[in-house]
Design a protein around this ligand. Structure first.
Ligand SMILES: [Fe+2]
Length: 324
């Protein structure tokens, strides 16, 4: 073992020498997060800080204030945030893509069925039309998916639910005290075995409980993943500090983690294909994770900008330099 820094080290960690030889895929992007919304780059930005604008696709966004979150240039698959004005009406034919909406605020009526905050609405591709309207206005997250398997999701019908009606499904982790649970929104959503989710992946509301710390890194083979954080705090030493509004995405096979939260974290997760996870050691993962849990305030809000001053990030930068 050797101290990370000699002399007046500000880092209370020590690292095994062999950890410094670990391969770091994040460096192939220059150790950078992006805010260019492209799914083949690792994204990290705050959706709530984006200005509202207009987009040419999908049609449901025409004439509505929109924020582009992520887009896959090849397939056109897009994640957006929309602000629907009071009195908005729209007929969704779903001829070109599946449309799935999470109501973050306000109200949305679908074929006469009214949903409020926490509502989730799906119009599978070729299963429209759906008459959509909002009486008082709404802010929604929208997943628009041109590549869509027929006859798999939502029994090929328009689907409306609310997260409070759905059961929490606990991820079995016998050796872990602080766990993970989720509610399946894009259904069916198989969660047994190596691969989770259907042929076009999953959308889940995920709760990671306070005190959860995974010192290893994970990657998802052949599977794009994105998270929209709704509440709490979440930290990855080499990526950033995630709080309400953070959009975080990983191209297939990008290592990410360790993963740690002090106060718990609620997020919407989207995977674009069946997901599996492989875990690998992260340099000083246990020490960094434990330091976060021992020092992170229960009071201060989560800000991505704080990451650059955080001891754990500085330690990671130093590790990269030492690996040199
Ligand atoms: Fe992941």
């Amino acid at each position: 073992m050797k101290p990370l820094l000699t002399g007046e080290s500000q880092y209370p960690f020590e690292f095994p020498d062999e950890a410094l030889a670990a391969v770091r895929t994040f460096e192939s992007w220059g150790g950078r997060n992006f805010a260019d919304h492209k799914r083949d780059n690792p994204q990290l930005f705050n959706a709530y800080e984006l200005s509202w604008g207009s987009v040419s696709d999908p049609p449901i966004a025409h004439g509505v204030e929109a924020r582009l979150l992520t887009v896959d240039a090849a397939s056109g698959t897009t994640t957006l945030m929309l602000r629907l004005p009071p009195g908005w009406t729209y007929t969704e034919t779903a001829e070109d893509a599946a449309v799935e909406l999470f109501i973050a605020e306000g109200d949305l009526t679908v074929n006469g069925e009214r949903a409020g905050a926490g509502g989730f609405v799906a119009v599978p591709k070729d299963c429209g039309p759906a008459e959509l309207s909002s009486e008082g206005g709404a802010q929604v997250f929208l997943w628009w998916s041109p590549e869509w398997p027929s006859d798999y999701y939502y029994e090929s019908k328009v689907y409306v639910t609310n997260v409070v009606s759905e059961p929490w499904i606990v991820t079995e982790m016998p050796d872990v005290t602080h766990g993970i649970m989720h509610k399946a929104l894009r259904v069916p959503d198989p969660c047994e075995g190596v691969f989770h989710g259907g042929p076009a992946g999953s959308i889940r509301l995920i709760l990671i409980t306070p005190g959860f710390g995974e010192p290893k890194q994970e990657r998802h083979h052949n599977c794009y993943e994105e998270m929209i954080f709704l509440s709490g705090d979440f930290f990855m030493p080499e990526r950033g500090y995630m709080g309400p509004g953070t959009v975080f995405s990983n191209p297939p096979d990008l290592k990410h983690g360790g993963l740690v939260t002090q106060r718990g974290s609620l997020m919407l997760a989207h995977w674009a294909s069946p997901i599996s996870a492989v875990f690998e050691d992260f340099p000083a993962g246990p020490e960094i994770t434990q330091h976060y849990l021992n020092t992170r305030s229960y009071i201060e809000p989560a800000w991505t900008e704080q990451w650059l001053e955080m001891t754990e990030y500085q330690a990671w930068r130093e590790l990269v330099a030492l690996k040199g």
